[in-house]
Design a binder for this molecule. Sequence first.
Ligand SMILES: *Cc1c(COP(=O)(O)O)cnc(C)c1O
Length: 229
Amino acid sequence: MNIKDNILKLLNKVDDVCNEVGVKSESIKIIAVTKNVGIEKIMQAVSCNLRDLGENRVQEFLNKYQTLDNKDVKWHLIGHLQTNKVKYVVGRICLIQSVDSIKLANEINKKAKELGVIQDILIELKTSYEETKFGVDVNHIDEFLNQVADLKNIRIKGLMTIAPKVNFEDEARPYFEIAYNQFEKLKNVRQDNMEIQYLSMGMSGDFKAAIKEGSNMIRIGTAIFGERK
Ligand SMILES: *Cc1c(COP(=O)(O)O)cnc(C)c1O
């Protein structure tokens, strides 16, 4: 298993599907998901120019944050975040992708205000009921936006979603389509703390389907680093 080869293969597949749907492959941001991956392998991915790294556990992120030279990389938090761990990630994580409650948004805002920073976040959208118990229900998005409208130290950059596991990749497309429709709607909402840019969806098993449905940020672990132990 060679990380450089894996990345080249991945980039080729992304190119192919982008050509197929008529979008520029440069418009798709790839997040290298480094959970359970050691520093050496992460460095290999970074040296292949993958500089956006995704972690889903705070403690694991902190260990790596202390070890890696962070001026070279941008960290994304993609896993569920408990409010009591917010203090460890605000200002260190460039994009908190998994904001799934008003309480969490409030806590992030509070910490960001203390530090005098604006924290970029994505709202995690629940597009299915099988895969995850986390995420804001599609029907509650408007209410969510209203409730966080006055939080000046967060900036909502878009949406993240996780599709359920399916047997055939294209079966994930309806879930991605739901997220895309919400993403398009959000672009028309005028709110000071919103700057809609990213639709984060697609993992190793379903990124092609996600790109076909309008994703511009894919989160890839296995296809880069191999199967996790
Ligand atoms: C682990 C993980 C990924 C990457 O999954 P792979 O199938 O290994 O590409 C993407 N997004 C989230 C939220 C994850 O937890």
